[in-house]
Write a protein that binds this ligand. Structure first.
Ligand code: HEM
Length: 454
């Protein structure tokens, strides 16, 4: 045996010995690690390469769904992923499980202002917002589709919806529209860049750049009661201090990102899934035609909120194509926690993928079937499904804009389907991919939008 080593040079021997030692260490860790008893793919005990490969491809949502199908509702990857209904509620409902690493990377604005801006998103505030949404968003998208789609010309509906939701979120947050629908532009890349620049300049120059970026609102008299104003006026209960300008700017940018793309993709998936299921499209259009017999009758939230099939369709779209499908990372408290029958030690990262949760057969029967009628059951059965329905997350850190999202989705879907007939053009890749939100792979959706006459 030794003569083999003698014939190799010293550096090769060193590499072999180090490699052997590393492999032994990994195997020993694998067998004794606190998470060793939690089921999961064998390779995840050694490396998280498979998860990161899925992350790079924008496919973590389907990777996790598949791993949970094979290994159960609590699985070990790099961290621990859960879809178990009670475990998910335990983790999301309280502040006991603090937010994970991702938030430190993604949040430049401190993220401490949820309590401060929440009142601007209350139900009452939403009612006041209906005219703004109609004016800035829905009525304008109808005009844009009429103009761009005239004569059967192809229209990128995905981009048009993105522009609409951005204009609406901007009007709600800043009291004025970017007019993206008219400009036909979506500045997502420049925002992300903007947040990075802001974070860097803050380190170099302090608050000055943000002060310059912020409109002259601080001094404004009779400023509108929007989210920006809530942030400007907000005072921290503990310190008695207001938010720094750079915090306000990055909170607003985060809000515009959170509020526009998710709602636009939900509406895009609605058109895609309804087009794939013509019987569902037919039923929804019939419901809308009955509720609004004249094509020019104004669509009001009061009326659309009560349309049972419209609401069932939107619930099912959000269940099957949860737009915000980025895994929600949380960390177990110091003493650890028992989740789905497994003890998970303290300081372990837990991930919850809303997509994997609502596409798990243990939570929803026939999860791969797009079936809006599953929501047309008794209120007890709906409550049971809502127990594990998390497209907006749930509990202490649930989506602040969900009332606005529902308002906008109902009004927009009802309006565009009452006024247009859409046909998705062939030859496009509309498979879901996760890029900040769950979107069609081609990042566009070419359709014809034919104006209905009656
Ligand atoms: C269909 C549309 C939407 C979906 C599916 C959605 C989903 C979500 C989810 C899952 C979270 C939790 C993220 C986490 O825990 O990391 C979240 C948070 C948030 N969403 Fe939404 N959202 C939507 C629309 C909106 C709209 C329209 C707004 C506002 C204009 C908005 C504002 C926010 C904010 C501010 C947060 C952060 C709350 C916090 O700080 O804890 N969202 N959203």
């Amino acid at each position: 045996m030794w003569h083999i080593f003698e014939s190799l040079n010293t550096s090769v021997c060193t590499v072999l010995l180090l490699g052997g030692a590393y492999a032994t260490y990994k195997v020993a860790r694998m067998l004794t690690a606190p998470l060793a008893a939690v089921p999961g793919p064998w390779h995840s005990k050694i490396t998280s390469a498979a998860y990161f490969y899925a992350l790079l491809r924008g496919k973590t949502f389907s990777y996790l769904t598949e791993q949970h199908r094979i290994y159960g509702p609590v699985i070990r990857l790099d961290s621990v992923s859960i879809t178990d209904a009670n475990a998910v509620r335990t983790v999301l409902s309280t502040h006991r499980f603090r937010k994970g690493r991702l938030y430190k990377v993604a949040k430049f604005g401190g993220g401490h202002s949820k309590k401060m801006i929440a009142p601007a998103f209350s139900n009452v505030a939403m009612i006041n917002l209906e005219p703004i949404i109609m004016d800035v968003g829905i009525n304008k998208i109808v005009k844009v589709l009429e103009k761009k789609g005239a004569g059967g010309a192809p229209v990128d509906l995905f981009k048009t919806l993105m522009c609409m939701t951005l204009d609406v979120t901007c009007a709600v947050a800043l009291g004025g529209s970017f007019n993206m629908l008219e400009a036909d532009n979506h500045p997502i890349t420049s925002w992300v860049h903007g947040i990075l620049v802001l974070a860097l300049t803050r380190h170099m120059f302090g608050e000055k750049p943000a002060e310059l970026m912020l409109p002259n609102r601080r001094e404004a008299k009779n400023a509108p009661k929007d989210v920006l104003q809530s942030l400007i006026e907000a005072v921290d209960d503990n310190t008695g201090e207001g938010l720094a300008s750079s915090d306000i700017v990055s909170e607003i940018i985060t809000l515009l990102l959170a509020g526009s793309d998710s709602t636009a993709t939900a509406l895009s998936w609605s058109i895609i899934l309804l087009s794939d299921h013509p019987e569902c499209m037919k039923r929804l259009v019939a419901e809308l035609d009955e509720a609004f017999p004249s094509i020019d009758e104004p669509i009001t939230h009061n009326k659309v909120a009560g349309l049972t099939y419209l609401n069932a369709v939107l619930h099912e779209v959000l269940r099957q194509r949860s737009p915000s499908s980025i895994d929600l990372p949380r960390v177990t408290p110091n003493g650890g926690a028992t989740l789905g029958g497994h003890f998970i030690p303290g300081e372990t990262e837990i991930i919850i993928s809303p997509y994997a949760v609502t596409n798990d057969a243990r939570n929803f029967e026939r999860p791969l079937e797009f079936d809006p009628s599953r929501w047309l059951v008794s209120s007890e059965m709906v409550s049971e499904m809502k127990h594990i329905y998390i497209p907006f997350s749930m509990g202490a850190r649930a989506c602040l804009g969900q009332n606005l999202a529902w308002l906008e989705m109902r009004l927009a879907l009802a309006t565009i389907l009452r006024k247009f007939t859409f046909k998705i053009l062939p030859g496009q890749n509309l498979q879901p991919v996760l890029r900040l939100v769950l979107q069609p792979s081609d990042a566009r959706m070419m359709v014809t939008a034919i104006r209905r006459t009656s």
